[in-house]
Design a protein around this ligand. Sequence first.
Ligand code: GUN
Ligand code: ZN
Length: 435
Amino acid sequence: MIHAYRGSVLHFHDDPAFAGETAHSWHADGLLIVEDGRVRAAGDYAQLAATLPPDAQVTDHSGKLILPGFIDTHVHYPQTDMIASPAPGLLPWLETYTFPTESRFRDPEHAGEVARFFLDELARSGTTTAMVYCTVHPESVDAFFAESSARNLRMVAGKVLMDRNCPDFLRDTAESGARDSEALIGRWHGRGRQMYALTPRFAPTSTEEQLGLTGELARAYPDTFIQSHVAENTDEIAWVKSLYPSARSYLDVYDRYGLLRERAMYAHCIYLDETDRARMAETGAAAALCPTSNLFLGSGLFDFAAADAVKMPLSMATDVGGGTSFSMLKTMNELYKVARMGGTYLPALRMFYLATLGGARSMGLEGVIGSFAPGAEADFVVINPQATEMLARRSARAESLEEQLFALALLGDDRAVAATYSAGKLQYFSSKTAT
Ligand code: GUN
Ligand code: ZN
C-alpha cells in the first residue's frame, strides 16, 4: 500500500557546516511517498504526484514542514518523573534525586508505566529514535523494549552497568552486569527495530574489571552500541583522575578498554582536550550534545569550534532528567546560545541536520533513519509553523528557509509538532491539527 504526504519537505544529505547548500533538499510544495513503512521517494509534488498509482492515499499537510523524525542520542527514561529537580551540580543531583528514583525500576510494572509515558512524550515531541538509558535492573530494559517493540519504534537502549560508588540497591557486579547485558543482547538486539547499547554509566561507577568486560562484549558484538558520559563536570573529572591516576584523560579511560569505536556515543564532551577530540574523530565515537542539561546543572559549555576543527561526529540530545525538556526544538534553542557563547554561530539548517541526519550518522544508521533517502524507514515529523500566535506571526515574516527554521528552533517546542509517524504509522497527532 502506498501512502503519500504533501507538505514542505526538508531533509539532509550532509552536514551544512561542511557541504554548504548541497547538504539539504528543500521542496516547498513537496511530496513524501511511503510504501510498506519505507520511503519510496521524496521530492516536488508537481513531479512525483504523477507517479502515484490510482489507489494511493494522499494526506495533505500543505503549509506544514515534513522532516525526518528527530533523533535524541542521549536520554534516561527512568528519570522522566524527576525532570526539573534542582541541585548545585551533577554529583549531588545524582545522590539526591537520581539514585532514589532509579531504585523503583526493579518493579516491572512501574518500569512499564514510565516507559509508556516516556514514549508518548517522545512522540509528542517529534522524536522517533532515541538512545536510552534504562537502570541497573534488567527488568527495566525488558519493560522498555516490550513497549517500544509493540509500537514498532527504532530505539536503542541498555542496562546501566554500575558496580561501585553507588548505593547497594543499584549495584551490579562486573560478572553479573556482563552476563545480564549479554542475555539482553540475545533477547532484544535486532529484534524488529530494537537495538542494544552497552551502558557503563560513567567511569566513576565502574571498576576496571567492569569496563574490561564491557570492552570484551563490545568486541564480541560489534554492531551493538556503547553509551556513556564523559567530561561533563569539573568535580566529576577530578574524581575520575583520582580513580584512574594512570589514564591520560577522562576519555582515555574508555579508550583503554576498547570503548571508543563506531556506534559509541558519549554525552557532554565539554572538557575534552585536542588529543581526545582527535581520538573521537579517528575512532568514529560520537558526541551527544546536551545543552539544556549542561545549563541546568551548571556543567559548562560545549566547544563547537574545537570539535569542528577535527570533524568530531556530533549529535543532539535532551539528557532528560538532567535535561529540562523532551523537545529537540527547545534543545536547539539552547544549543544555539551555548554555541554563541563560545563564539560560534550555529545556523538553523545545521541544527536541524544535527537533530536528524547528524544523529543517524553518529549512530552508524545513515540510510536507515534520519533522512528521506529511498529505502529509509519512514520515520517523520510534521511541524506546524503556525502552531502558536507568536510562531505564526514570526513565520509570516520569514524571508528564507533559514529564517523559518530559525524561528522554529528558537520559538518552537512540542506545540509545533502536528504529527509524528514511525515506519509509516501515525504515532501522535495534535488535536489542533486538521488533516
Ligand atoms: N553522569 C552519570 N550519570 C549521569 C546521569 O544520569 N545524568 C547525567 N547528566 N550525567 C551523568
Ligand atoms: Zn545522561
